[in-house]
Structure formats: C-alpha cells, structure tokens
Design a protein around this ligand. Sequence first.
Ligand code: NOJ
Length: 548
Amino acid sequence: MKTNQLPGPANWWRDAVVYQIYPRSFADGNGDGIGDLKGILSRVDYLASLGIDAVWLSPFFPSQLADGGYDVDDYQAIDERIGTLEEFDELVSKLHENQIRVFVDIVPNHSSNRHAWFKEALEAAPGSPARDRYIFRDGKGPDGSQPPSKLASHFGPEGWTQVPDGQWYMHLFTKEQPDFNWDNEEVHQYFLDTLRFWSDRGVDGFRIDVAHGLKKNLEPLPDRDSYALSVMKDDGTDPIFDRDEVHEVYAAWREVFNEYDPPPVAVAEAWVHPNRRPPYASANGLGQAFNFDLLASKWDADSFRKIITDNLEMSAETGSSSTWVMSNHDVIRHATRLAIPGYGESADGFGDEHRWYVENRLNPNLDLDLGLARAKAATLLILALPGSTYIYQGEELGLHEVLDIPGESMQDPQWFRGEGKLKSRDGCRVPLPWTSAGSSYGFGKGGAHLPQPSWFAQVNVESQEAGDSTLNLYREAIKLRKASFSTDSFKWLNLGPNATAFERDGIVCVTNFGKEGLELPSGKVLLSSGAISGGKLPGNATAWVSTL
Ligand code: NOJ
C-alpha cells in the first residue's frame, strides 16, 4: 500500500469543499503573463485562509492551448510555461502541510495532435498499430474525399479531419484533439500508468474530463449533428456517449486507486441524463460525479427544491455523496448568469447561455447587483447541503463574467469554431485580480494573457480582505459549515412557495427567491447574504439560523 496522499479517512471527499484553480489565470510567479505553479505556491496562504479541503488543478500539461490545455501533448509532464515536476512536488507538499488535498485533471477522451502517439500515427500506414490508438477511417465517395460520417464536433462543424494519405480521424472537439480508441489495450494501460504517475506524487483526487465519452460503438459509424442531452440515448446504447462499457474502464482505475492509502477519489465530468449518473459515482468506479443541475437551473424555489431532492435521493442510492457546483471554467460566472432574464427557462439548458451571450454580450443591460445577490444566496445554500461543493476561482470575490473581451483577444476555440452560435468561455478565465492597482492587478509582474477589466480595481482580493466582503462571506460560511455539520441529516421545511428551507444538525438554511422580505424562523442568525431587518430576510438572499 502506498501512502503519499494526505493521511485521513478513505471517505474524506464526501463533504469536501474543493476549489478549482485554472492555472493559467490564477497567479503568475515569473511575470510572463501566464499563471504558473510558482504563482500558486505564492498563494497557498490565501488558499488556506479560505478553509477549503482541496484544490483541483485544471490541466497544466504541455499543450498548444488549442482548447485551454484540454489538448494534452504529454500526460506525465508539466508545460514549461507553467512549471516543473519539482515545483509540482513542492506545491503538493506545501498544500498537504496546510491540510489541503490536490486533484489533477485527467483528459482521457482525446489527446492533442502533438502527442507523440498521434505524430507516430500520422507517420504510420493506414491499418497500422500506431493508427489503432486513435480513430482513423477511410472517407466516403469514390475517392474517399467525403468524411466517413456526418459527425459534428462540439465546437463547430466538422468531427472528422482528413490527413495527407486520405484517411480521416475522429475528434469530438477541435481538430487538434483527436479521440483515443478506448478498445486499444495500449491506451488503457497508458492511463493506468498516468494515474499511478500522479498518485505516486501524492495526488489525492482526479477530475475526469468527458468521462462519458471513452467507449464508442463505431459499427456503423454514427452520424450526429447535435450533442444536446435530448439527443443522447439514456439506456447505455448511445453510440458515442455514456455506454455501459465505460464503467469497465473505471473499475480498472479503481483498482489502481486502491493501491494507495487513502485511495484517491475521482469525480466524473459526465454530461449524461441524471438517471445515468449513479454508476459514475459508484464506489467500484470513480467515486463521485458532477451534478450540474443547479448550474443549468433558473432562479426559482421549486426548481432548486426538486433538483436538491432528486440529487440527495440519487446519492443515497449510490452510497456516494452529491456534488454541488454553480460555476466553473466552462460557464458564465454565476454572479452574471443569475442576472440573465429567462436563463434556464427553456428545455435546452445551456442553449440559453449560448444564445444570450451571442445576442447580448456587448449590450448586456443586466442588473449585476441582483446577479451577485443571487449568486451569494446560491452559494450559501449549496454550502449548507450534504455532499461536496466545488468552487471556481474568483467566485469567492463575487467576480462577474468579463463580457467586453475584444474579438481579437479571444482564445476559446468554441468562439472561433462555433459558427457564431456558441459563447466564448474566455470571460470566466480572465486572470484573477489580487490587488486594487499595479501590474495586472497583482496577477503577476508582466501583463495578463486575457485583458482584465477596469472594474477589477474595485473587485479584488486586497479590497475584500476586511469587512463584509463576498470573500469574507465565503470564508465564514466554509468555517461554519465545518464546525456545524457532522452528519448527512437533512429535512425540508415549508416556508412558502418562494423559499427553500431545510434543517441540518440544528441549523436552518433559508433562501428567499422572491422579492418581498421573508419571516425567518426563530433562532440565532449565524450568517446571512442579505441585510436582515425586522426579523425578515430580503429577497434573493440566504440565511443560516441556529435553532439549538
Ligand atoms: C470539458 C472541459 O471542461 C472543457 O473545458 C473542454 O473544452 C472539454 N471538456 C474538452 O476537453
């Protein structure tokens, strides 16, 4: 049994607060405008001050950044702009000293086209073992000049790209992200080695990118023009996503995790039908799965109540714990999203986000204060729920989406390839503001790789260190959560149609989704995201009340 992980019970992750770091945009230690491990090392005290249990590092591997690092050239190395393996080891030990665990992002569905295996595949002949690690096929038509099937990619028109000898390779994302063939034993072994490589370095957890995509049924080759959930089959027989066989892969990964004490956990990023989520969270598989339901929800008490009930029931069935997420590096920050009129009201979930962004980005006309009030209320709500909470860097400052990034500064392939229909995710990836003034607002001594807005002068870590700031609300809530909740107990209370209210371990958490003030239950108010007056909680706010 190997024991490089932070010691603790095997189920430490069940109620962990995990903070997502997008390394290129967190802190820049060497002044080249790109965040790096040195930068993170210099901010460990800040991370500790949040009271979080773990950090999840989005990809830091060598990459041409065709998709923000989710195009990996080498899974067992660090991009030289981001740091070295020595710095990684130092970071893990410094975080562990501060009782903070570390998640690494694993991207198994596709590599980059600069990966040694893909280069080898391009040089090898059709039908060779090197090509078999990816998905190469002959084209259609007399001269093979038509793609093998009508497959869209997630980010735009084509899911097949032709290579000079005439064959085509499949990529569900950009053409720089060829999909692996998960029926190939070498691919399977490579990822077992990769999980061991990072686990040996003390990594405590993994976030698994596109976890539902690995196994595919390509006989016959599928046509697909949409990746909306409504198009995906929900019985394990979809040709591309969420096939039952994918869990055989994760059962093998679990055996690797069990070589360590405590075993690393993994959280699946699997955009599947909610009823298909449990197997990803199984104790024989990855252990946890992201629940993005609140992230796609409208701001409405009934919707929140239903999502919470369904997910708590689901996690009770699997024996895992639920995960709660309001923001990440792929979606409009929730302080802005929750101000978007009509968000979450149509059936196509994230379609709302794309539409709004494309049509309104430069003329937002949003009530941003309302969005921030709702965001704080939502965060206090999820921090009171049983399960684990994933926080995205900068949300603890109440950061809004940066909406005015000029087209020429955009980096996101979704923006370039999306035929004008998809939003850019750059607005939530802008380098963090640490100070009110100075070079790149304290991000680093050089510039910032995406333009920072002038309102960072008011919204930054320095300006929120003292007083009733969003930052201090997060800190207090995380601290109180740790001190107060020791069981998974949960009971709904009824405080009317515009509120959610539940009780856990002697604390009642009330969220007022309406406009009018709401009478709070009697007890001591421990925390509130809005000013209480005359015993009433204002609209768009959450309070925690001790009834003990
Ligand atoms: C999900 C990641 O979160 C996203 O950023 C990325 O573009 C896709 N997977 C493809 O790897």
